[in-house]
Write a protein that binds this ligand. Structure first.
Ligand SMILES: CC(C)(COP(=O)(O)OP(=O)(O)OC[C@H]1O[C@@H](n2cnc3c(N)ncnc32)[C@H](O)[C@@H]1OP(=O)(O)O)[C@@H](O)C(=O)NCCC(=O)NCCSC(=O)C[C@H](O)C(=O)O
Ligand SMILES: [Mg+2]
Length: 288
C-alpha cells in the first residue's frame, strides 16, 4: 500500500514493555501502531522494553499495519540505544518526541540514514510555532499531536470542546497539509468513554486530521468508523465525478449536483474520497 493512499484512521500506542499487548496487536483492527519506548515505559523498564520490542518486530505478524517506533528523545540516557537497537528491526518509521525545531531532527536523520521515514511528536508550544519548518524537514512524513504534553506546557484547562488547544491543532494540520504529510490527532484519555471519544474523533476529522492516536483497543472501532468515508460521501463523490465528466463532454467546465456547483477541485476531492474508501476496504480484507 503506498504512502499517499494508506489509511491512518486509528493509531494505537502500545507500551514496548507490555508483552501481552504486543501479541494482541497482531490481530487488532488498528491501521497503525506506535510501539512506545517513551512515556508509557518506566525508566527501570526501558532497557528490557527495548529488547522485547525489537524481538516482537523481528518476529513480525503485524500485517499491513503501519509500524512506528517511538524512541526516547536523543537528549535522554536511552535515546541513542533505542535508535541503534530498533533502526533495523522492521519498523516503517521512527517517531521522535519532544521536538522543538527542525534542527532537533537532524541528529536522528544522521543516525538513521536517508531511507527511514521520521515522524514527529508535536507536543511543545515551540514545536507549534515551528510547525511549518518541522513538517518540511526532508525526512519527516508524519506529525503526531501530543495533546497531553501540550496541555501540561500550556497550563490550559482540559475541556470537552478543546478550545484551548484549537490554535495548535489547526496549525499542525495546516503544516502537514502544506508539506503533504500525515497529521494525526492526540489521544482521548477517558478510554472507557465511547461517546466522548466519538465526539472528539468527529472534531479531529472535521479539522482535517487523517486519524487519531489511541491508548486502548476498545477505541479502535469507533475511530475507524469516524475517519472512514461514509456511504453517502462515497455515493456523492461518484455522482460528482460522473456529472463533471458529462459536463466536460458537452463543453461545460462546471456541473451541478444536489444544487451545489462541481468544479475540477471538487472532482479532485471526490477522487480522494474514493481512493481512501478503497484503501480502507483493503485494510478490512486483511482483517478477515
Ligand atoms: C490504559 C491502560 C493502562 C489500561 O490497561 P488495562 O486496564 O490493563 O486494560 P484492559 O484490562 O482493559 O485491557 C484489555 C486487553 O487489552 C489489552 N491492551 C490494553 N491496552 C492495550 C494497548 N494499548 N494495545 C494493545 N493491547 C492493549 C490488554 O493486554 C488486555 O488484553 P487481554 O489480556 O487479551 O484481555 C492500557 O491500555 C495502556 O497502558 N495503554 C497504553 C497507554 C500508553 O501507551 N500511553 C502512552 C501514550 S499517550 C501519550 O503519551 C501521548 C503524547 O505523548 C501526549 O503527550 O499526549
Ligand atoms: Mg507526550
Amino acid at each position: 500500500m503506498d504512502r499517499q493512499s494508506r489509511p491512518y484512521r486509528s493509531v494505537l500506542y502500545i507500551p514496548g514493555s507490555m508483552d501481552r499487548a504486543l501479541e494482541k496487536a497482531r490481530s487488532l483492527a488498528a491501521d497503525a501502531i506506535i510501539f512506545d519506548l517513551e512515556d508509557a515505559v518506566a525508566p527501570d523498564a526501558k532497557a528490557t522494553a527495548r529488547e522485547t520490542l525489537a524481538a516482537a518486530l523481528r518476529q513480525g505478524g503485524y500485517g499491513k499495519r503501519f509500524k512506528i517506533v517511538r524512541i526516547n528523545a536523543l537528549t535522554t540516557a536511552w535515546g541513542l540505544d533505542d535508535v541503534t537497537t530498533l533502526r533495523d528491526a522492521g519498523a516503517d518509521a521512527i517517531l521522535l518526541p519532544k521536538v522543538n525545531s527542525a534542527s532537533d531532527i537532524d541528529s536522528l536523520a544522521d543516525l538513521l540514514g536517508p531511507d527511514m521515514p521520521i515522524w514527529v511528536m508535536m507536543e511543545t508550544p515551540v514545536s507549534v510555532f515551528n510547525a511549518r519548518e518541522i513538517a518540511s524537514h526532508r525526512q519527516v512524513e508524519g506529525l503526531v499531536t501530543g495533546t497531553n504534553d501540550l496541555t501540561k506546557d500550556l497550563g490550559c484547562r482540559v475541556r470537552a470542546d478543546r478550545l484551548p488547544l484549537m490554535t495548535a491543532l489547526q496549525t499542525i494540520v495546516m503544516a502537514a497539509r502544506a508539506a503533504r504529510i500525515v497529521a494525526i490527532d492526540g489521544v482521548y484519555n477517558r478510554f472507557r468513554d465511547g461517546e466522548g471519544l466519538k465526539h472528539e474523533c468527529e472534531q479531529g476529522r472535521d479539522l482535517g486530521f487523517d486519524g487519531k492516536t489511541l491508548i486502548h483497543p476498545s477505541q479502535i472501532e469507533v475511530t475507524n468508523a469516524e475517519f472512514s468515508p461514509t456511504q453517502s460521501e462515497i455515493d456523492l463523490a461518484r455522482r460528482q465525478i460522473a456529472a463533471f465528466e458529462e459536463s466536460m463532454a458537452s463543453g461545460k467546465g462546471i456541473a451541478v449536483v444536489d444544487g451545489n456547483i462541481v468544479e475540477n477541485l471538487h472532482v479532485m476531492a471526490a477522487q480522494k474520497i474514493l481512493a481512501k474508501a478503497k484503501a480502507v476496504a483493503e485494510m478490512a480484507e486483511e482483517e478477515e
